[in-house]
Design a protein around this ligand. Structure first.
Ligand code: BGP
Length: 476
């Protein structure tokens, strides 16, 4: 009977700007995440020009992982975590992004953090850019629109790759790099790249220019990274939302194929090292001209990734000619509700089988290891009179997804490195800027207004996940 590999990396995922807080501590500079306001359900987060006193509680204090990481890691170790995915805040290392020398205090913080993880045998899995960059680079250079930012990013990345070369083996360049395709929703484009695409006379061209710069930067980092330590595993990271055809009408089928091109583009370049054939006719049709330097082709070919990291939360169904209905599916043109699946309170469609489908799609296409670096259920948790938090809905969601993940590995032969559910410790929600949309096994006492003691509490899912890890996914 086949099982998951013994060295399967069970763990969880967080990101610097959503969990650390300490936004101005230890010499850290202002990042774009620090100038986003809190949202509330139904109200968009806002991108602001500078820092308004008292209005930015979400990222500014977040869950204070900056101050409490030792306490948190102890709890993760108790659950039996084999890895923790987190990101490095670029602004702790280069506060403005264009300095000559890095900030030693910032480097020390991650030395201590990774050291603490390793003390418990927990492997750090590190994203170099998780929806943030120095605000200074946005204001003074125009974010990723400017080719110069490639140099700043490469410098920052090589600084940390060298510094942590004996502590960190698994890296990823850009978190959910494909999310900037949703550029009509400024939050996505802005956090991915520091650019508000709608302000540009040709927003789509601008988005592809940015994407090109990031793909070149990623390839340079992969290539140079392997020189620093040939054992490094450096991956890309994509939001994987498979788009089903709404029906077997050939028009719907073809529409979903075209819509998936949008999702695949990034993986195709990261993994194969060149732009896919469907890009050129599309750019021609839309009169898109992306400036490329002669050496870029070579750089892309030389810097292909070692694995594909993916987040998986949902699938969507798309219908030829449909206009999406404003139900949380707006990011995908042609999206319509899928009558066969339920959705969360935030409109994210819950589809465990879709995870097996996603893993098959990606593995068939790329034939390199995959790593599920995000998956999970955002929900409002209730503290019972006896102080317990009975998050059975979360257990049910994760259990169903792990079952399908196992089928992909055991029955379909997908090479999967690990599984790190999102927000293993409660943190600020990215899309809403709220605390109340929680994913964790560990509760953090803080509310939407930023009040609370920050005390940690184990939810019911804590002991459930511990048992899952202990049994290598057998006891669900
Ligand atoms: C992904 C991001 C994460 C995370 C997650 C959940 O897109 O990579 O940063 O936040 O989604 O989303 P949310 O927090 O909006 O529920």
């Amino acid at each position: 009977m086949r099982t998951l590999p013994d060295n399967f990396l069970w763990g969880g995922a967080i990101a610097a700007h959503q969990i650390e807080g300490g936004w101005d501590k230890g010499g850290k500079g202002v990042s774009i995440a620090d100038v986003l306001t809190a949202g509330a359900h139904g109200v968009d987060r806002k991108i602001t020009d500078g820092v308004l006193e008292g209005y930015y509680y979400p990222n500014h204090e977040a869950s204070d992982f900056y101050g409490k990481y030792k306490e948190d890691i102890k709890l993760l170790a108790e659950m039996g975590f084999r890895c923790l995915r987190t990101s490095i805040a670029w602004t702790r290392i280069f506060p403005k992004g264009d300095e000559e020398e890095p900030n030693e205090e910032g480097l020390m913080f991650y030395d201590n953090l990774f050291g603490e993880l390793l003390k418990y045998g927990i492997e750090p899995v590190v994203t170099l850019s998780h929806f943030e960059m120095p605000y200074h680079l946005v204001k003074n250079y125009g974010g990723w629109k400017n080719r110069k930012v490639i140099d700043f990013f490469v410098k920052y990345s090589l600084t940390v790759l060298k510094r942590y070369k004996d502590k960190v083996k698994y890296w990823m360049t850009f978190n959910e790099i494909n999310n900037q395709k949703n550029y009509k929703y400024p939050l996505f484009g802005y956090t991915c790249s520091g650019v508000i695409f709608n302000d540009d006379p040709h927003p789509e061209q601008c988005m592809y220019q940015v994407v090109h710069h990031e793909l070149v930067a990623s390839a340079l980092v992969v290539k140079e990274g392997h020189r620093i330590n040939p054992d490094f595993k450096i991956g890309c990271m994509m939001a994987c939302v498979p788009l089903y055809p709404y029906s077997c009408n050939p028009e719907d089928m073809m529409y979903s194929v075209e819509a998936m091109h949008d999702r695949y583009l990034f993986g195709d370049v990261h993994v194969r090292g060149y732009y896919p054939s469907y890009v050129w006719p599309e750019w021609e049709r839309k009169n898109i001209h992306v400036k490329m330097e002669p050496q870029d082709e070579r750089i892309l070919r030389e810097g292909t990734v070692d694995y594909v990291g993916l987040s998986y939360y949902m699938t969507n169904a798309v219908k030829a000619g449909a206009v999406s209905e404003g139900n949380g599916l707006d990011g995908f043109p042609g999206s319509v509700p899928n009558p066969y699946v339920k959705a969360s309170e935030w409109g994210w469609q819950i589809d465990p089988v879709g995870l097996r489908y996603a893993l098959n799609l990606l593995y068939e296409r790329y034939q390199i290891p995959l790593f599920i670096v995000e998956n999970g259920f955002g929900a409002v948790d209730k503290i019972e009179a006896d102080g317990s938090i009975r998050d059975d809905y979360r257990i049910e969601y994760l259990k169903a997804h792990i079952e399908e993940m196992k089928k992909a590995v055991i029955q379909d032969g997908v090479d999967l490195i690990g599984y790190t559910p999102w927000g293993c410790i409660d943190c600020v929600s990215f899309t809403t800027g709220e605390m109340k949309k929680r994913y964790g096994f560990i509760y953090v006492d803080k509310d939407n207004e930023g009040n609370g003691t920050l005390e940690r509490k184990k939810k019911k899912s804590f002991s459930w996940y511990k048992k899952v890890i202990e049994s290598n996914g057998e006891d669900l």
